[in-house]
Ligand binder design. Structure first.
Ligand code: ATP
Length: 314
């Protein structure tokens, strides 16, 4: 038995002469929640579609729960739940009819089918919408119904392509709650999103993709640390900034990158934690009236943009 829910090895996908996925390799442990990050066109959907057996690679191998996604696609489909970023809405079909249709295609019959659809409807909290026409649902309810459809055969691995795109804050919170419950049930979740702060909250680790190639795989703290060539410190003072500004001009490796009414954000060109103390001491020795001094965490968005810039520079 494999420890990995998903393994991708030397994956390539070419569309004519264009390379959408470029020698991609990664592993996702069973039971983990992994985010898939990349700019538009980075190759996320293409990779997810290949893992979900909806497309074939030009080269490379993919395994789901240790099964070959190319040669054992039928077995893999039983284990995988795929939620695309966009799915067609059928006219004249209610939510109940839609989910019932998919339950039927997965082989549920009679009472078992009714029970399955009811339990999914309860999980996605859409019982009161069962007779609503699916093409009239809000974006949030449509996404929840899509999640219900992906779950109908009780897959162990869920692949969600941009599930939170276009959702309002309440719908995003609802979706996040459902994802958390699925994770607690032991399912593996592989989720693409452009909303990095949300992925950071939900995911055990993040995969960063650029032009079809993997540029980083790690948890968000590691990602932030590994990209750090400098530290940001928030300084508050009891007087205006003139003294602080003058001091920063003189002191090597320190710059004031933004100002508050009394204080600002200092960028220290150091990585060693002891440097933070050294700088504070130097400011106090210079009689700067410091009342607060603490590190501010970088946003994942900034880390991602930095990473892309470094990639361009290389
Ligand atoms: P987004 O965040 O915008 O959804 P993505 O990271 O999911 O982007 P993909 O949809 O995988 O990116 O597309 C990767 C690249 O492959 C894009 O340049 C896209 O135009 C191209 N591509 C995808 N599918 C095809 C196809 N069937 N034929 C030709 N090119 C394709």
């Amino acid at each position: 038995m494999s420890d990995y829910a998903i393994e991708v090895k030397n994956l390539h996908k070419r569309f004519d002469t264009f390379t959408a996925v470029d020698n991609l390799s990664f592993q996702i442990k069973k039971g983990s929640v992994v985010g898939f990050v990349g700019a538009n066109g980075a190759g996320k959907t293409t990779t997810m579609r290949i893992i979900s057996t909806l497309d074939l690679p030009s080269e490379g191998k993919v395994w789901v729960d240790g099964l070959d996604a190319i040669n054992q696609a039928g077995e893999v489909r039983k284990r995988i739940g795929w939620m695309p970023d966009y799915f067609g809405k059928y006219k004249n079909l209610t939510v109940l009819e839609y989910l019932d249709f998919f339950a039927r295609t997965y082989g549920f019959r009679g009472h078992e089918r009714e029970e399955r659809v009811n339990s999914i409807m309860a999980f996605i909290e859409m019982e009161s919408f069962r007779h609503h026409m699916m093409d009239k649902l809000s974006k949030g309810l449509t996404q929840r119904m899509g999640l219900g459809r992906a779950l109908i055969h009780d897959p162990s691995v869920l692949i969600l392509d941009e599930p939170a795109a276009g959702l309002d804050p309440k719908a995003r919170i609802d979706l996040k709650r459902l994802i958390r419950i699925l994770s607690e049930e032991g399912k593996t979740l592989f989720i693409s999103s452009h909303i990095l702060s949300e992925l950071e909250e939900m995911c055990d680790s993040l995969l960063f993709l650029d032009k079809g190639a993997l540029i980083h795989h790690g948890d968000s703290h590691q990602l932030k640390r590994s990209s750090e060539t400098h530290i940001h410190m928030d300084v508050k003072m009891s007087s205006d900034n003139e003294k602080l500004y003058a001091w920063c001009q003189e002191y090597p490796g320190v710059s004031l990158i933004s100002e508050h009414s009394a204080g600002g954000i200092l960028e220290l060109d150091f990585q060693d934690p002891e440097d933070r103390t050294r700088i504070l001491k130097a400011m106090l020795d210079a009689d700067l009236p410091i009342v607060d001094y603490h590190e501010v965490s970088k946003r994942l968005e900034d880390v991602f943009v930095n990473m892309l810039e470094n990639q361009e520079a290389e």
